[in-house]
Write a protein that binds this ligand. Sequence first.
Ligand SMILES: C[S@@+](CC[C@H](N)C(=O)[O-])C[C@H]1O[C@@H](n2cnc3c(N)ncnc32)[C@H](O)[C@@H]1O
Length: 212
Amino acid sequence: MRTTTKSARPSHGFSKFLCGLFAGGGLDVMTTALLTALPPPPPRARVLDFCSGSGTIAAALRAGSGGGALRLHLLDADAVALHAARRNVADARAHVLSDGFEALPRRPRFDWIVSNPPVHNGLQADFRVLRLLVRRAARRLRSGGELFIVVQTYVPLGAMLADQPKLEDVRTLSDDGRFSVWAARKRAQGGGGGEKKAMAGKRKREGSCPVL
Ligand SMILES: C[S@@+](CC[C@H](N)C(=O)[O-])C[C@H]1O[C@@H](n2cnc3c(N)ncnc32)[C@H](O)[C@@H]1O
């Protein structure tokens, strides 16, 4: 297990909130766990804040990036939350109203996807959005891109991530017994599969040559 510690407390820097938003538009305890565990994003990283709510994760990353000029994209299914996100992270590249990845354009691909996704529907555990995120993340990440998710520790996210053939290096960045922050990386493309394709192409070309 790799553990990352940061001394500075994360902050999104918002001064105004809209009523009725997740955590009242403030910095939720799980979101704080996630932000505290994250490594610094690469300079100019293209980051998707998936289930962004009012934009807390994107804003805190921007505030902590020391002018790293992150290219931020925010996505949420709640129009009011996204309205707040547009105000809170006005310089983001995109604010997308979307159920899961549904309305998100296929390009660009991301260096990072970061999320504090919903795992409840009312009082019932409901992993629909989480499962969707885990299943679809790889095709939205660039090769070598990273996925970071915070969940309550009881959620079997490690097993869900380990089930994804296009993800590797599944690990917990932090676990305090209540909340776990998980990370996984998209496998580099062009490994064994690329070699196989190249060999198949070579055989095909050779097969079509006249035999002298
Ligand atoms: C736990 S809150 C996290 C909000 C914010 N990222 C934070 O950390 O403060 C989950 C967010 O997921 C959004 N959400 C719920 N279902 C969704 C779906 N199907 N697609 C996209 N976003 C969804 C909610 O509107 C809510 O803003």
